[in-house]
Design a protein around this ligand. Sequence first.
Ligand code: FAD
Length: 303
Amino acid sequence: QAADALKSIARRQDLKAQVERTPALNGLLRRAAARYVAGDSREDGIEAGRRLLGQEYAISLEYIGENTQDAEACEAAAEELAALVGELWRLGMAARVSFDLSHIGLAADDELAVAQLLGLARRARGTGIELFVSMEESAKTDRILAVYKRAAAEEPGIGITLQAYLNRTPGDLAGLEGIGGPVRIVKGAYREPEEAAIGRSEALNERYLSLVEAALAQGRRVSVATHDETLIEAVAARGWIGQGLEFELLYGIRPDLAGRLKAIGYPVRVYITYGDEWYLYLCHRIAEFPPNLYRAIADIAGG
Ligand code: FAD
C-alpha cells in the first residue's frame, strides 16, 4: 500500500509543481534522485554512459517519462529519443535506447504509437543503436504487444520487455515466436490484480528461469534484468551465459553486484536514466524497494 501511495504521489502533477516551485525542497529531492538518475539533460545521460562504457559495461539509456496524453508532448518525447539515437551514433557509442510506449503515443492513440516506434526504428537502422520497448501495467499489455508486433514485423531488431510476475507472460512469449528481436525479462514493477500476477517468491523465480530458457530456445538474445542474487546465481548455474545472455541492472542500484558480475567475466549492462521527470523515477525506485527511503534521507542529509 505504501508502494501504491508513492506511485500515485509520483503522478500527482500538483505535488510535482509544488516541488518545482520550492527551490529548497527541489534541491533536496534532487540530491536523493542523483543516485538513480544521471541528470536532467541528454548530455548528462551520455556522459554517464561514456563513463560506464569506459569501465566495460554495456549501456541502456532511457529518457524518463510515461503516460503522456498530449500528442505534441508525445512528439517531443519521440524527437528527444531520435536526437539521443543520433548523438550516440555520432559519438560512436554502442547503446540500447529504452522507453515506455505510453511516453511516445500509446496513452493518446495506438496508431500514433506504431508510427512513432517505426519512425524511431528507421532513425536507428544501421546505427548499431538498439531500440527497446519497456513493459507497463497489465491493463496496457495487450496494446503494447500489439503495437510491438506491428512494428517488429517491419523492423525486427526492436527489443521488448516481458514481466515474469504476470501469469500471461509464458503465453505472450510463445506468441512472439518468429517475431522481433531480443527480450528483457524483469520480475515486474507494478501492483497488479491478484488473479493476474504472482508476488516475489520462489515460484516467481522458477517462472523467470523458464522464461529465460524459452526465450533462448527461440534463438533470442536475452537480458536478465534483476538485482536478485539468488536468481542471478541460478541463471549462471544453468550454463546459459555465452548463449547471448547478459545481466542488466539499474544505474545506482547494487553497483557492487554489477561490478562483481563483470569481474567474473559475465556480460553486464547498466540501465541509465536522464530527464527532468527524475521526481517520478525517484518515487518509483523507493516504491519498489522501501528501504531506499532511508537511503534517500541519508543522501539528502549527507550531500
Ligand atoms: P527483487 O526481488 O524485487 O529484489 C531483489 C533484491 O534486489 C532486493 O532484495 C534488493 O537487494 C535489490 N533491489 C531490488 N530493487 C531495488 C531497488 N529499487 N533499490 C535497491 N535495491 C533493490 N519493470 C517493469 O515492470 N517494466 C519494465 O519495463 C522494467 N524494466 C526494467 C529494466 C531493467 C534493466 C531493470 C533492472 C528492471 C526493470 N524493471 C521493469 C523493474 C523490475 O520489474 C523490478 O521491479 C526491479 O528490477 C526489482 O526487482 P528485482 O528483479 O531486482 O528483484
